[in-house]
Design a protein around this ligand. Sequence first.
Ligand code: ADP
Length: 604
Amino acid sequence: MNSKPYTLLIVDDNPNNLFSLHALLDRLLACRVIEAQSGVAALGILLEERVDLVLMDIQMPGMDGFETASHMKMTEKTKDIPVIFITAFFQDGEFVRHGYEIGAVDYLTKPLDDNLLLNRLRLYLQLFEREKGLQTTLSLVQQKEHALEQVNQELEARVMERTRELEIRNQMLEREIAERKAVELELRHAKQVAEEAARAKSDFLATMSHEIRTPMNVVIGMCDVLLDTRITIQQREYIIKMQNAGGMLLELINDILDVSKIEAGQLLLMEDTFDPCQLLNHTVEMMGLAASRKGLELTLETSPDLPEFILGDPVRLRQVVFNLISNAIKFTDSGQISIRLSRDIARDGASWLQMTVQDSGIGISTEKLDCIFEKFTQADSSITRRFGGSGLGLTISRRLVSMMGGSIQVKSRPGEGSTFQVRIPCRMAYASESLPHHVTEIAEDSHSSTLCATDYPPAQQEVIPEDINLNILLADDSEENILVIQAYLMNTQCRLEIVENGLQALEKFKEKRFDLVLMDIQMPVMDGCEATKRIRHWESQVGIAATPIIALTAHAMMDVTQKIKNAGCDMHMTKPVRKKYLIEIISYFQKRRVSSQGALKGSS
Ligand code: ADP
């Protein structure tokens, strides 16, 4: 194998010239030298061998140097091989230009100067070397370009594929968005329908409860009137039974109404200042009789660090307490029920009011513990028969407590009793004006009015109906309610003026002086709140003292407590209004009137 990187072809018709040239060129170590004695022979060699440079004599017999070079130019393989012409004498410019035109790169004249020739050739070899380097670099660059091109193409293909994928995904996303929008629209529509249904349900319940409640009020009220007449012991027993049944029915209506209001998001908590110890004391006092009738001990323990006043909804808190204690009484046959009220400061510094109702009753099995807070759920269906109840009390209690920001927990074991614990945020407050406790009691307690007559706590001082003597304005559109109030006041010395709506009440009030106003809230033409507001406005314009106004509300209207207060009512009573309390309240305002008149006289 030839180890020399370059090949030189020397072409001369003179063998001597060839010999001496060959000998000279052998000094160029990097070159292999091939000889050709004619142009034709040179062309033949050029076609077979790879030649880097041709040194060619111009004057040759047959095909001369120019012709040979012209042939080389025409052949693809040989057209780029550089040719150095060797000429015997100096030629003119025309001759030389011709040589360059047909591919000569150089001319050398004979006799050849050895050093010049060698140096020239070395120069060419250097050029070849550089070109070779350049070629290598070029081919490398080309290779890289090619690779780059390939990468580029791959990248483009990948980008295209990804773009297609993205387009597909985009389409899917667009479809999904469209579907979601459609679902959202459907949901919104369904929500609207559900809201309308909830509203219709709650309207229906409100109407029904009003419809059931109105005749029930008469039944319970008339029982009160009957109980005050001359009757036998047995008749009394029957009437009390009838009244109890009416009370239970009203309680059930109240519960159903509360649940549906909570579910419709229509139940709002009011914000008031109250004494938590007093609230518990009154509730326990009120339930004492029911407990002692079953031979149960009912105790209340309050811790000394309780705040005097807190902020919250006393009506609803009382409802929860009432429900837990009445359950404890209902499900306990013997033993005791202990109620504890305390304050708990959590690690984060938050203050909680903690109320525990513990009984020694039948208890609840572990698997039933969770479901007793569900609507219409009772621990045992046989209990339904034995104990009665709607299964709504705990549902309402839990929802109310959670609306207050608190929780109810229960621990129980069958046969060993149950412990219910209520925790609500304890927000401190300062004292507010308050009515004597038995009066506020009635004003605030939505459920007490639905209890049986004998369950009420005894009045602090016996009130004799015949002693009460006030000018009372009664504004009520319900004939039945009017009938009941009239019957209640029959044996008193009170004078009752009756009007059918708020506007008439306002006009009558401006016409005549009254000692007390009984104002129904739900009335046609002008409601009780509006009428009260206008009465208060008129009083301040005219400059007379405010006349006590007692609002009469249906349970369904319990959420208007705040509104009633804002309107300027002194207090409110929940229907059915019970005779005993109406008389007590009238007597309270009569005493207040007498003492304020006394004070006036004293000061004048
Ligand atoms: P109701 O008492 O009207 O059935 P509640 O929602 O108040 O409805 O109570 C649901 C059920 O939880 C009751 O029926 C009873 O099975 C169980 N329960 C509640 N309180 C007690 C208790 N103190 N002791 C035993 N079981 C109780």
